[in-house]
Ligand binder design. Structure first.
Ligand SMILES: NC(=O)c1ccc[n+]([C@@H]2O[C@H](COP(=O)([O-])OP(=O)(O)OC[C@H]3O[C@@H](n4cnc5c(N)ncnc54)[C@H](O)[C@@H]3O)[C@@H](O)[C@H]2O)c1
Length: 425
């Protein structure tokens, strides 16, 4: 019952945000939304590609901003090839925001820059697609939600599982009662790394050829983070350092707490107990990473719900998945590509005569990449034709457990959520 209330509260809030955004639909010049693109690294470049695939007709990219010249010119070329126009380029995101002819911005920069960029974009009256996690800290995310909901603009967070048809199907099956009662979810993400490969360890991505201090704007990369001398690893492998990321908690886990929230209409956990460490790499192997490469987190949610999260980079046998353990059946989404439903059996017979079900993202849904649909959903929301599926509040609800895990890992103790004041107790 309380779960249902919580669901209604969530839906109502989302609808309120939609109602606010729907009052100001934007059509842009020639019916196309004018896009300013901020951050065109690995994810940003991929998202430009996905936007071209799903929404070429809806947009015109008028600006590209990146502080690495190589990524800036690569993105400019991509826009020229895909849309035929030459976007303006800059290393200063404020130039993009200052242009009144920009309707929407995409922000795909490192985590520690999300807050300053999103807040400035809201102030500049832009609609925003903001990559996850919504903020680097709990407070940053909370302020973005507040400002976003007040702005009357659409703010969509890049938690694209919500647009993945397998998760939409999982949600429907849960809401139709196929799973029975669900008190327990197992979520995991396991990876491994070949020490002789180009990427020999987690988040030790290949540094772009030719990247150097002269073509990478270090001060702008640091933004609000502590000043320090140029460090190419920090710039291009920022996920390994606390100043710019919280590693597993905010980079990976948020996708999976979001999946649980989305499918089961859940909210924020009451408590989190996390532990882990730097086991695979670390200073003994000449790796100066600060964030753990191994993390487990146990969450207790209100209304009898437990989430068991685990992430490890030393063996990828189990891959990626969320497993919803219902009293009537198990539903799992694996590698974001396969959905399995297996009914519980008592006395050798499936509960309530339920049938097994197996679905595949390509075979059954022809959806190669949910990001394409997630972006289309955002753009249609800006046009007033759809409801944003991942509003800022949903992004924050997914990120809070990540921040709780970081806090618990660092303090080595259980963290309790103070729901009334929306902070750690
Ligand atoms: N939704 C997903 O599945 C998903 C997947 C990967 C990454 N991401 C998110 O996307 C974001 C970017 O990650 P990434 O893997 O592309 O990182 P990246 O390092 O490959 O790219 C970041 C880009 O931002 C640029 N940049 C840095 N400071 C800047 C500034 N002040 N102004 C403009 N540009 C600046 C860098 O030069 C770089 O090109 C992160 O928030 C990450 O969590 C989301």
């Amino acid at each position: 019952m309380r779960e249902e209330l919580s669901r209604r509260r969530f839906v109502t809030t989302s609808s309120a945000a939609l109602a606010a955004s729907a009052v100001q639909p934007v059509l842009g010049a020639n019916g196309r939304l004018r896009v300013g693109w901020i951050g065109a690294g690995s994810r940003g470049y991929h998202c430009i590609d996905q936007m071209q695939k799903s929404s070429k007709d809806l947009v015109e990219v008028t600006w590209v901003c990146d502080t690495f010249q190589g990524h800036l010119s690569r993105a400019k070329d991509r826009v020229q090839t895909s849309w035929g126009n030459t976007p303006k380029t800059t290393v200063d995101f404020r130039e993009v925001l200052a242009d009144p002819n920009v309707d929407v911005v995409f922000i795909a920069t490192p985590e520690h820059l999300h807050y300053s960029m999103a807040m400035a974009a809201i102030k500049a009256h832009k609609h925003i697609y903001l990559e996850k996690p919504i903020g680097h800290t709990l407070q940053e995310g909370a302020e973005i939600v507040k400002a976003a909901e007040k702005s009357g603009k659409v703010v969509q967070i890049g938690t694209q599982n919500r647009s993945n048809k397998l998760y939409i199907q999982a949600k429907k099956m849960y809401e139709d009662g196929m799973l029975g009662e669900v008190h327990y979810v197992r979520a995991f993400w396991y990876r491994n790394f070949d020490p002789s490969a180009a990427v020999p360890a987690a988040w030790r991505y290949v540094i772009p050829a030719g990247a150097s201090e002269s073509n990478s704007d270090w001060d702008r990369f640091l933004g609000p983070a502590s000043k320090r001398p140029w460090d190419i690893k920090r710039y291009y492998q920022w996920r390994n350092y606390w100043d710019y990321s919280s590693g597993i908690s905010t980079d990976l886990l948020v996708h999976q707490t979001d999946a649980a929230n989305f499918v089961l209409n859940r909210d924020v956990p009451n408590t989190c107990m996390a532990s882990g460490g730097i086991y695979m790499w670390g200073s003994d192997k000449g790796d100066d990473r600060e964030v753990p490469d191994t993390l487990s987190a146990l969450y207790e949610y209100p209304n009898k719900f437990h989430l068991n999260y685990s992430c490890y980079f030393g063996n990828d046998y189990f891959g990626y998945g969320e497993q919803f353990l219902g009293s009537d059946g198990l539903l799992e989404v694996l590698d974001r590509q396969r959905l399995n439903f297996v009914p519980q059996k008592f006395g050798g017979k499936p509960v309530k005569g339920r049938q097994e079900a197996h679905m595949h993202y390509l075979k059954d849904f022809n959806q190669p990449d949910a990001t394409a649909d997630h972006i289309r959903n955002f753009l249609e929301a800006v046009q007033g034709k759809a409801k944003a599926i991942a509003p800022a509040r949903a992004g924050q609800l997914a990120a809070i457990p990540g921040h709780m895990a970081t806090e618990s890992y660092k303090r080595r103790k259980m963290i309790t959520w103070d729901a009334k004041n929306e902070r750690f107790a």
